[in-house]
Write a protein that binds this ligand. Sequence first.
Ligand SMILES: Cc1cc2nc3c(=O)[nH]c(=O)nc-3n(C[C@H](O)[C@H](O)[C@H](O)COP(=O)(O)OP(=O)(O)OC[C@H]3O[C@@H](n4cnc5c(N)ncnc54)[C@H](O)[C@@H]3O)c2cc1C
Length: 291
Amino acid sequence: MIPRNFIYFSPSSEKEALELLNEYKSDARILAGGMSLIPLMKMRLVSPSYLIDINKVESLSYIKEEKNRLRIGALTRYYEIEKSSTLKKLLPIMNEAATWVGDPQVRNMGTIGGSLSHADPSGDFGSVILALNGQIITSSLNGQRTIKADDFFVDSFTTALNANEMLKEIVIDLPEGMNGGAYVKLERKAGDFAIVAVAAQLSIDSKGNCNYAGIGLTSVGPTNLKAKKAESFLLGKQLNERTIDETAEIAASEARPIDDPLRGSAEYKRAMVKVLTKRALNLALKRARGV
Ligand SMILES: Cc1cc2nc3c(=O)[nH]c(=O)nc-3n(C[C@H](O)[C@H](O)[C@H](O)COP(=O)(O)OP(=O)(O)OC[C@H]3O[C@@H](n4cnc5c(N)ncnc54)[C@H](O)[C@@H]3O)c2cc1C
C-alpha cells in the first residue's frame, strides 16, 4: 500500500523541528522510529501533509542519570533501553519491558517518545512509566511543559500534546531504599502486543512495609491504566501473600477490558490482570529484597 503524498522535512536540530511543527501544526506529524506511523500512513488511516523526521536530531537520544532522577530522551530506541547499563543499575524494569516489545527490528527502530506519543493502550511503555510515576516533558516554541504520565494519556491514541508540541523527554524520580520492579506480559505469540501486561514497582522499608507502590496495566482500558486504588491499598502494608492477593484483586477491579475476538473476552482479561499483578508484585518484591 502506498501513502498519500506528503512533504518531507529532515531537521537536524530540535529548534528547527519545533519551527516546522509550529508552522504546520496538525497538518504535520513527527516521524521517529516509524514503526506505527508508517503502517498507518500506508493504510491511509493517517495522511499528514508534512512529515517532520526527527531522526537526525541526535540531542533527543540519551539516558542520563542526574541527582535522584533519570532523564530519557524521546528518540531513545528500545534496543538502547534494553541494553542500557545505567537502567540495569537504577531501573531494571525498563530493560525488562524493552525485551517484550515486538521483535528485534521493531526494537532497533522504535523509540520511547514515539511509543508514548502514539498512546496505544496496548503499548508496553505507557504502563511502565505510569508505574514509575514518570513525567513527560514537552517542548514547543513557547517553551516546555511538564505533564504527569497519568495526565498525559487522554484516550486511545490521544495524548495531552498540543499540535505545536513534541515529546522531548521522560523524567523519572529514582526509587529509594530497597526497591524492585517487574514487567510481566501475556501474549498470543512471541513479539505480539499484550493480551494483558502489568508493570509493578515497589519500595519497602527495613521492616518490609511498602513505602512505594506503582502499578500500570496494559491492554485493559482505553489507555494504559494506573491502578491507583491498588497502589494506595498497598502503601504502608506488609507485603505478604494476603496483601498481594488483595492488591491484585483491586487492580483487576480497576481494569476496563473489552471483549475482542483476537485476544479474548473481557472476563478472561480481568482474570489475567489478577494473575499477572500477583506475579509482577511477587517478582518486584523478590528483587527489592535482593533474593
Ligand atoms: C510488528 C510490530 C510489533 C509491535 N509490537 C509492539 C509491542 O509488543 N509492544 C509495544 O509497546 N509496541 C509494539 N509495537 C509498536 C511500536 O513499538 C510503537 O508503537 C512504536 O515504536 C512507536 O514508536 P516510533 O518511534 O516507531 O514512533 P512513530 O511510528 O514514528 O510515531 C508514532 C506516533 O507518535 C508521534 N511521535 C513520535 N515521536 C514523537 C515525539 N517525540 N513527539 C511527539 N509525537 C511523536 C508520531 O507523529 C506518530 O503519530 C509494534 C510495532 C510493530 C510494527
